[in-house]
Ligand binder design. Structure first.
Ligand code: FMN
Length: 367
């Protein structure tokens, strides 16, 4: 039976336990997207806190794909060296670190990119989103950008990359029939909507060896009327499996007002049943797929994390907000203090991040 502190391997990446820090935009990168000392310190704290696998903030693969202020970037070779200190320090603590590579697409930060954002199709939703349609040659450039980002990640010393295919950013927009109304080979059927992601994986694999770890984060559901659904998630997962993906992280929703649920739900998680809010999708995934599943979303207690593994809902337990408040949570649990995480899922951590002050737990800070 799977246990939380099992030693495991994803591709060549040896992990000391089954805990993952889910990608978290810290708003602490240098203005050019390079890694700052503050991020190094934060990742070191997580590694000392016994997180087995750290996934960085999403890092933009092209300047026109920046989603947030002070976000990490990986759009040029000049950024590679800025990551080395962080990776070395994390490795010294015997944790692993993967770079999340991303493009915001229609959700790019207008104030930073100096051009109109693009998505799979042109879309205008008042006060929410406005973008033009990406051209075919720009799609080919996106594939190159993701490939180059992965090559840079490898050169920097990362243990792998995670492709951000969730939360309504570019790759998730391609998967979603709500955003993707294309009539060419990148739109229409689910095979066509998944094509861009599959071509990115193929491009990375052809440049880097099979031993390089490639993970992906996808939505189990967009929770948008006319959007990507759970049954399509299963079809895409099968395609990812055939394409040789090493693990899938299952998430859901977007932070756009058109989604019924955001990926970081601001709900009171006061019962075990409310934890792990994609557990039904995970169960379905685990029935059909053999690629390891990293499950994120509202997991707050040791018992639930343990049960999700034991009942085979997941292979890895991924946490975001609990580790903002308690970077040492996993160490605390490992040492026997298995009280629930103190995070109350209020989402106030977004406030300083969006304001350019860098992430912290506002509630903890006010105590
Ligand atoms: C401040 C903040 C920043 C986030 N940044 C990212 C990101 O860069 N990439 C990503 O895939 N998800 C991001 N997320 C979503 C989390 O990784 C996670 O999927 C979500 O918060 C649910 O997990 P939790 O309940 O453990 O917080 C972010 C969430 C928060 C609260």
């Amino acid at each position: 039976m799977k246990k939380l502190f099992d030693k495991t391997k994803i591709n060549q990446m040896e992990l000391k336990n089954r805990f993952v820090r889910s990608a978290t935009w810290e708003g602490l990168a240098n203005p050019d997207g390079s890694c700052s000392e503050k991020i190094v310190d934060m990742m070191l704290e997580l590694a000392k806190g016994q997180v087995g696998l750290i996934i960085t903030s999403h890092a933009y693969v092209n300047k026109n794909g920046q989603a947030g202020i002070r976000q990490l970037g990986i759009y040029g070779d000049q950024l590679i060296s800025s990551y080395k200190e962080m990776i070395e320090k994390v490795h010294k603590e015997r944790s692993k670190i993967v770079l999340q590579i991303a493009h915001a697409g229609a959700r790019a930060l207008a104030q930073s990119i100096n051009s109109e954002p693009f998505g799979p199709s042109s879309l205008k939703i008042k006060d929410i989103l406005s973008c033009r349609e990406i051209t075919t040659s720009e799609i080919f450039k996106i594939i190159e950008d993701f490939k180059n980002a992965a090559v840079r990640a490898k050169k920097a010393g990362f243990d792998g990359v995670q492709i951000h295919g969730a939360h309504g950013f570019l790759l998730s927009q391609f998967l979603s029939p709500f955003f993707n109304k294309r009539e060419d080979e990148y739109g229409g059927s689910i095979e066509n909507r998944a094509r861009l992601i599959l071509e990115i994986i193929q491009a990375i694999r052809s440049e880097l060896s099979k031993q390089f770890t490639i993970l992906i984060k996808i939505n189990s559901d967009d929770f948008i009327e006319g959007g990507f659904t759970q049954s399509e998630m299963i079809q895409v997962s099968a395609m990812l499996e055939s394409a040789g993906i090493d693990a899938v992280e299952l998430s859901g929703g977007t932070s756009l007002k058109i989604s019924k649920y955001s990926s970081s739900r601001a709900i009171k998680i006061d019962s075990k049943e409310k934890e792990g809010y994609y557990r039904d999708a995970a169960k379905l995934y685990k029935k059909k797929m053999s690629v390891p599943l990293i499950l994120v979303g509202g997991i707050r207690s040791y018992e639930v994390a343990k049960e999700l593994l034991e009942k085979d809902f997941a292979d890895y337990i991924s946490l975001c907000r609990p580790l903002i408040r308690e970077p040492n949570l996993i160490k605390r649990w490992q040492e026997g203090d298995t009280k629930k995480a103190t995070c109350i899922s209020c989402n106030k951590c977004f406030v300083p991040t969006r304001a350019g002050e860098g992430i912290y737990c506002v509630v903890e800070n006010q105590r």
